[in-house]
Design a protein. Structure first.
Lengths: 378, 378
C-alpha cells in the first residue's frame, strides 16, 4: 500500500503550505500518494488545480486527516484535527514542542508519531537538507531586508541625478545568523552601506564576505548549535551600552537575534529607541509575544516613537514570501520523507542521530533527548 | 527686502514637502527668508524643529500664505489658500495646468504668477536641474521596483540553499523612460531576470546598459519631448497583441508608460490579465482616474483577478518615498529660484526659453506657449 502524505490548510494568518506542487510531483513519481486539503495552497498562490496537475488528489479536511500515513503542516494543527487522528499516524511540522509541552503530551497519549523540525540536530551534515529553521530564516532575512527598504522614507542606494546626489542609507544588522546574513545581502544588493554585528566572533568572515562591515563589542560569546550562549546581566548591560553607539549612527536597524524557546535578547534599549532620530527605522525580526530585540516592539505592529522613529515588529516574515518559503519548506519535508523511506515503508530508527532527535514522540513515548531534557524526563 | 519663500502643508495623502531642511539651509545662506507651515514636513519625517535649526521660521498657514513672495507646494493648494493670496505673489509646484485649465484661469484672474513644473521644457539642458517630472519619476521608478519585490510571493534573486535552488523572478518593465529605467535598475539590483520594452527604439542602449534585455515590437514611434507619439488604432492593436506574448512569459510586469495630459496607453490587455498565471503581479505606475497601462487597474488599489493574479494601481509612488522625493523636489525648486534671482530680486523673463514656458501665468496673462495651445489661445 502506498504511503499517503496529506497536507492540511493552515490557520488564518499563516500563508505557507507544507508541500509545493513541484515536490508533490516528485513524491508521486516516487510512489507516494498525496492528498491536499481544498484551498491549502491558496495563500501561497498554489491553487488546487496545480496540485491536481502534479498528481495529488484534492480532498476535504476530514479525508485528508483520516486517510493519511503522514500529515504535513507548517504549524500545529487545531485540536479538532488532532482529535480526528489515530494511533500510528505521523505528523510533521513546526510543532513547537520546546515551548508547548502539553501538545507533545497529547500526541504521545494518542500514540501519534510527531516529527518536529525545531528538534532537528542542525549541526549534523545529513540533516541540512531537512533544516526548516534554516530555510525559513533565510527567507525571513531576505524579506525583512526588502521590507526595510520598502518601509524606509529614503533611498537605500546612492543616487546621482541631475538635481543632485542622494546619500546611501546606513543599515545595521544585529545578529548575523542565517536571517541576518540574508538581510545584509539584500540591503547590500540594494546599495545601502551595511554593517553587521554579532556576539560570535566567528561570524566576522561571513559578514565581510558579503561586503559589509563587521562590528564587535567587547562582549563575545559562542554557545551550542551555532547559537550564542546566554549572557550574564553584566555582560548584557555592557553589550547594550556599546551597541547604543552603533545604533545612533545608522538609519535602519534590523535585528535578528533569536534563541529557540528563550526570550530574544534585548539589543536595542529604550534609550536607543528614545534617542533615535526622526525617520529611523527599526525592523525587529525577533518580535514575539515573549518580547523582541528592540525595546517596545510588538509582533505584527508598527510603533511610532514620540521622536518619529518607527519600530516594525516583523515577526512572521517567511509567511510574507509564501510561495518561495513553501517551496523551501516542502523540500525539507521531502528530505525527511526520503530519509525515513526504506523500500517503500517509513521506518523510524529512534537510535539514529537525526531521526531520533527529530522525533518528538513515537508510539506513545517522548523520544528526542533535547525534548526529554526540557521536559525534565530521565 | 528679502525674498520670502513659504512652504505649505500638503493635503492628506501627499507625503512630500516642497522644501527639505538642507535646501532651506542653502536658501537662508543666500539671503532668502523661509517660512514653513507647522507640520508641513511631518509626513516626510522632517519635523518643525529641523526646519528651525536650518534657519526657517515655522508659522501658521495664514502667515505662510500672506507673508510669502513665493509659495512652494507639491500639488495645487486648496481654494482657501488661493483666495488668501494676493496679486503679484508667486506660486510654484505641480499645478496641473494642462489638465485643469480652470485653475489656471483663476490664477490669472487673481494676477498670481504661477510656475508649473509640468510646463518645463525638459529638453533644454539648462532646465534639467529644475526637472521635477524627471526627479520624481526617478524616485517613483525605484519605489515601484522595490514595492514589486516586496509584494511578490517569491524571491527576486536566484537563491542557492541547502534545500535547493530558487529560480530568479522574471520581471518585464513596459515603458523605459526615467521611471522605467529606475524600475529596471532596482529589479536588477535585487537579482531578477529583467527585460524592458519601449516603443522608442532609441531606448535600447539605456536598457541594455543596465544589464537587462531590450524587447521591441514591430510598432515603433518616437514623439516630441522624448515621449512616444500617440499610435493609430491599428498600431495599438498590433502592439498589444505582440506584447501579450512577452507578458505571458514573465512573473512581474511593471508598467510605466505615461504621456502628460493624455490617457495612458493600454499596454496590458484584458486578455493578458485574464490569462496571467496565479501569482503574477502587475504594478501599474500609470494607474490614474483616466485609466492606466493595465486593463482593470485602479489607482491606490490592489485588484485580484479570478485567476489569482494581482494588479496593483501604483499611482503615487514618489509620495511613498517621501524624504528622498522631497529632497529632490526641493533641489528642483531651488534651481528655479536661483535661475529667477537676479541680484536679490526675482525677475520673470517671459521671453526666456525656460522661464517663459515654465510660467503658466504672469501678471494676469497665460504665458506658456504649450499651455496657450492646449487652451486654444492664439
Amino acid at each position: 500500500m502506498a504511503i499517503t502524505i496529506s497536507v492540511l490548510k493552515e490557520a488564518t494568518g499563516e500563508n505557507r503550505v507544507a508541500l509545493s506542487p513541484d515536490v508533490v510531483r516528485k513524491l508521486v513519481k516516487n510512489d507516494y500518494q498525496v492528498l491536499i486539503e481544498q484551498g491549502a495552497g491558496e495563500r501561497s498562490f498554489y491553487r488546487d488545480a496545480v496540485y491536481t496537475d502534479a498528481g495529488a488528489k484534492v480532498v476535504d479536511r476530514s479525508e485528508a486527516i483520516t486517510q493519511a500515513t503522514v500529515i504535513a503542516t507548517i504549524a500545529q494543527p487545531d485540536d479538532a484535527a488532532i482529535d480526528q487522528m489515530k494511533a500510528g499516524q505521523t505528523l510533521i511540522g513546526l510543532l513547537a514542542p520546546l515551548t508547548d509541552t502539553e501538545f507533545v503530551k497529547k500526541l504521545a497519549a494518542k500514540k501519534i508519531n510527531a516529527l518536529a523540525f525545531e528538534l532537528l540536530p542542525r549541526t549534523v551534515s545529513r540533516a541540512q537538507t531537512m533544516d526548516v529553521l534554516s530555510s525559513q530564516a533565510s527567507v525571513a532575512g531576505y524579506k525583512v531586508g526588502l521590507m526595510a527598504a520598502d518601509h524606509f522614507s529614503r533611498y537605500f542606494p546612492m543616487m546621482i541625478t541631475a538635481a543632485g546626489t542622494a546619500k546611501p542609507a546606513k543599515v545595521l544588522v544585529l545578529g548575523t545568523g542565517v536571517a541576518g546574513l540574508q538581510a545584509i545581502g539584500t540591503a547590500k544588493r540594494l546599495g545601502a552601506m551595511v554593517s553587521g554585528y554579532d556576539i560570535r566572533p566567528a561570524s566576522r568572515g561571513e559578514v565581510e564576505s558579503l561586503g559589509a562591515t563587521f562590528l564587535t563589542t567587547s562582549v563575545s560569546a559562542t554557545g551550542e548549535g551555532g547559537y550564542a550562549r546566554q549572557l550574564t546581566e553584566e555582560e548584557t548591560a555592557q553589550q547594550q551600552a556599546e551597541l547604543e553607539g552603533f545604533i545612533a549612527q545608522n538609519n535602519v536597524i534590523i535585528t535578528t537575534a533569536q534563541v529557540p524557546g528563550r526570550r530574544p535578547p534585548l539589543l536595542v534599549t529604550q534609550k536607543s529607541v528614545d534617542e533615535a532620530k526622526t525617520g529611523t527605522l527599526f525592523m525587529d525580526l525577533a518580535a514575539s509575544d515573549l518580547g523582541g530585540n528592540v525595546a517596545g516592539s510588538k509582533p505584527g505592529e508598527t510603533v511610532t516613537t514620540p521622536n518619529g522613529a518607527e519600530i516594525v515588529g516583523a515577526g512572521d516574515m517567511a509567511s510574507q514570501l509564501p510561495a518561495s518559503a513553501s517551496d523551501m519548506y516542502a523540500k525539507n519535508v521531502q528530505a525527511v520523507l526520503n530519509d525515513l523511506n526504506k523500500d517503500g515503508k517509513l521506518v523510524f530508527d529512534i537510535d539514529d542521530e537525526v531521526v531520533g532527535e527529530l522525533l518528538a514522540t513515537y508510539d506513545g513515548e517522548i523520544i528526542s533527548n533535547r525534548l526529554r531534557s526540557v521536559m525534565e524526563l530521565p
